[in-house]
Design a binder for this molecule. Structure first.
Ligand code: NAD
Length: 512
């Protein structure tokens, strides 16, 4: 491979210019950003201080007070324009995602497509923020629910979906009448700068076309944990949507509940698939390969545990081993590559440590070694397939790298119990053509995850469904379905249109 000779700093600068980001925003600061493709620096950003972050939240609050008065379908028009800007810049932004995170090109573009999709969804939603009308026990009264804007929404995002996660939150938050303050991962601030520039372009068009929108409706804060904590603790942020590791959620969750703020926690997963005797093995092979090796194992929904029925184990596992041995690893910007780099050296160390633990626990490892690229600073690995005697040690944790633990099972009820016997509860799947197994898996006594699929892998969700998981995954839901309700406050209204005052539950309280 020729990774070492790529000049991604120059290409990054060109893309950022095309996307409307001024060069002063990524030159001269102290936050160094490297591309995992080469391991070399592609930008240096100035970080926001704590006091700047506090001031930005106050300004976002002032924006909220104005924006909440704009009718929701008009707010939707701004999000429609944002979707148009994203469509026009899909190629450039997708390429930048690939450079900053190391995703293969179709996945970089796919991430931007997901942003476009959620904008479309939110535009429709802007005319559908429905409340209920509820039967009341009192005559000549009407009871109803209204949904009102909530306030400034804090968004903290992880490196691996550097821009889509913002859009899942921001597109909904905005049509719901809120302003947003976004702190992206310190590993991926360049794509965030680009998204902010596209938003500002959409905002300008919105105002030029007669729309009313305040300044500071969407604010970007650059920095690490310290500025993230300002969002978490600030009394003018009623909801923080935080995406990242379970360790981050453990720090953030209690602080939010301490001040009675709402949380959408989207944390780590340890996703499994069960392969049953009747499974279509060709389809299973493709489903497992994409879910386990795609994005170099760096999706929250990546398949990490595979339970294979003993009757098909010897047919499927050798085919998987072959696929693991032949998958194209390398420069994610080149056509044909399926597995790009890990985000950094720490991720590589974590992967090697987990493989070491797996061996000590009796695992047999295929792959997992470093792939040479001529660069000491970029970390490419061959995805690892580990046959494990049982579900112990590293199998119970999320290691954010392409490691698939494979285990044999014989009894369906036992494998269901094992499936659910980890602390995380994000995504899951079953491969079967047996209707009873499929229906049981998605039933109340089946998978305990937020996402349960049949005959496809656990990764690669679409925006129409609510996204998130249970247990240590945090319980949050964002994106589609009725996830929008988290970004609004519910008001129950009772209206008396009569001339008497009947009290509920027949209570009497007559005064002269
Ligand atoms: P991370 O936890 O290291 O960081 C995530 C974000 O949290 C970053 O912006 C970071 O600066 C911020 N942060 C960390 N500690 C904080 C604190 N105490 N207060 C405020 N902010 C804080 O995660 P990462 O390495 O960027 O991402 C990988 C992890 O994210 C994996 O565990 C993955 O499963 C998870 N993830 C989950 C989802 C989901 O929807 N469930 C989606 C993507 C990634």
């Amino acid at each position: 491979m020729t990774i070492a000779v790529l000049d991604l700093a120059t290409e990054t600068a060109k893309l950022l210019a095309e996307l409307g980001v001024d060069a002063s925003r990524y030159h001269g600061g102290t936050l160094s950003v490297t591309s995992p493709v080469t391991g070399k620096e592609i930008g240096k950003l100035r970080e926001h201080s704590v006091s700047e972050t506090k001031a930005a939240i106050e300004a976002a609050h002032r924006a909220f007070l104005e924006w909440r008065a704009v009718p929701a379908p008009k707010r939707g028009e701004l999000v429609r324009l944002l979707g148009e800007e994203l469509r026009a810049s899909k190629a450039a932004l997708g390429r930048l995602v690939s450079i900053e995170v190391g995703k293969i090109t179709s996945e970089g573009l796919g991430e931007v497509q997901e942003m476009i999709d959620i904008c479309d969804f939110a535009v429709g939603l802007s005319r559908q923020l429905y409340g209920l009308t509820i039967a009341t026990e009192r005559s000549e009264h009407r009871m109803m629910e209204s949904w009102h804007p909530l306030g400034v929404i804090g968004i903290i995002s992880a490196f691996n979906f550097p821009v889509a996660v913002w859009s899942w939150n921001a597109a909904l938050a905005m049509v719901c009448g809120n302003s947003t303050v976004w702190k992206p991962s310190e590993k991926t601030p360049l794509t965030a700068l680009a998204v902010q520039a596209l938003f500002e372009k959409a905002l300008k068009r919105f105002v030029a076309e007669g729309g009313t929108a305040p300044a500071n409706l969407s604010t970007l804060i650059i920095g690490g944990r310290e500025v993230g904590e300002v969002l978490v603790d600030h009394p003018k942020i009623p909801l923080v949507s935080a995406t990242g590791s379970t360790a981050m959620g453990r720090a953030v969750g209690p602080r939010l509940s301490q001040r009675f703020a709402r949380a959408i926690l989207e944390l780590g997963g340890n996703n499994a698939a069960i392969v049953c005797p009747s499974a279509d093995l060709d389809l299973t092979l493709r489903g497992v390969a994409f879910s386990a090796m795609g994005t170099a194992g760096q999706r929250c929904t990546t398949l990490r545990r595979l339970f294979v029925h003993e009757s098909v184990y010897d047919q499927l596992v050798p085919r998987l081993q072959k696929a693991y041995g032949s998958v194209t690893i390398g420069n994610p910007l080149e056509t044909g590559t399926l597995v790009g780099p890990l985000i950094d050296g720490q991720a590589f160390k974590n992967m090697q440590a987990a493989l070491g633990e797996a061996k000590s626990a009796g695992g047999t490892v295929t792959g997992g070694d470093r792939v040479e690229t001529g660069s000491t600073e970029a970390f490419y690995v061959r995805p690892a397939l580990v046959e494990m005697p049982d579900q112990t040690g590293p199998v119970e944790h999320e290691t954010f790298a392409p490691i698939l633990y494979v285990m044999k099972y014989s009894d369906f009820d036992e494998v269901l119990a094992l499936h659910n016997a980890v602390p995380q509860g994000l995504s899951s799947s079953i491969f079967t053509n047996d209707m009873r197994e499929a229906e049981t898996f998605v039933s109340a006594r089946g998978s305990d995850c937020g996402i349960a699929n049949v005959n496809l892998g656990p990764s690669g969700a679409e925006i129409g469904g609510a996204f998130g998981g249970e247990k240590e995954t945090g319980g949050g839901r964002e994106s589609g379905s009725d996830a929008w309700k988290a970004y609004m406050r519910r008001s129950t209204n009772t209206i008396n249109y009569g001339r008497t005052l009947p009290l509920a539950q027949g209570v009497k309280f007559d005064v002269e």
